[in-house]
Design a binder for this molecule. Structure first.
Ligand SMILES: [Zn+2]
Ligand SMILES: [Zn+2]
Length: 214
């Protein structure tokens, strides 16, 4: 499994191009901007983009969905809860207000334990609600894509509509901190001192994973 981390948009969002080097099948996580650049990269590498996957429905992560779909023909994947919550006139209005293009509805909705397969690579969906009701992390081959659930040295906000601090703590404790220490953490924003980390490092150094936060 190959992973490429790409900084996109204007809110320091990390998008990830994940692909199988043998079959060239690929998926992209959170194309929150720079769609043409992303599509060009996919083309240059000779990849066949199967899925556009959103870690959650916030527009800084979904703002490039519409254009990416048009440019690549890939199917849009989101957790069923966020697909519902963010596919309303109100949510679309908010996205436009923030300067983002509203996302089309998901072609495929997923839930905890579902698997996304690209060639010889499998990513498992971990439902980690709290930052948003349909927030997910993706786990495969020792790589964990954490969206706005876990950052390097930080965690996501829980003061937005649909958020729950209680759910968030449970998600992080049960689904993420239980993973092997060497699991690589690929966050949804470039907010840390370094662009990626590991579960072991975060357990040691991330202040927000201790009381009084957790
Ligand atoms: Zn978010
Ligand atoms: Zn975000």
């Amino acid at each position: 499994m190959k992973v490429e981390q790409i900084l996109v948009g204007r809110m320091a969002v990390f998008s990830y191009l994940v692909y199988c080097p043998e079959t060239k099948e690929a998926l992209i996580i959170d194309p929150g901007g720079n769609e043409e650049q992303l599509a060009e990269k996919i083309k240059q590498k000779g990849l066949n983009l199967k899925y556009i996957v959103n870690t959650h429905g916030h527009s800084d992560h979904t703002g490039g969905n519409a254009k990416m779909k048009t440019l690549t023909g890939a199917l849009l994947v989101m957790h069923e809860a966020d697909s519902e919550l963010f596919n309303t006139p109100l949510a679309h209005g908010m996205a436009i207000h923030m300067g983002f293009e509203p996302s089309p509805p998901a072609d495929i909705t997923v839930k905890d334990g579902d698997k996304l397969v690209i060639g010889n690579v499998t990513l498992t969906v971990l439902h980690t609600p709290g930052h948003s009701p349909g927030g997910i992390c993706l786990l495969g081959d020792g790589n964990l894509f954490t969206g706005d659930t876990l950052f390097v040295g930080g965690i996501g906000r829980t003061d937005l509509p649909g958020a729950s601090h209680h759910q968030f703590v449970t998600s992080i404790r049960e689904k993420l901190l239980s993973l092997p220490d060497e699991t690589i953490v690929w966050p949804g924003h470039d907010y840390g001192p370094v662009p990626s980390s590991t579960i072991g490092q975060e357990k040691k150094l991330n202040f927000y994973l201790r009381p009084p936060y957790m």
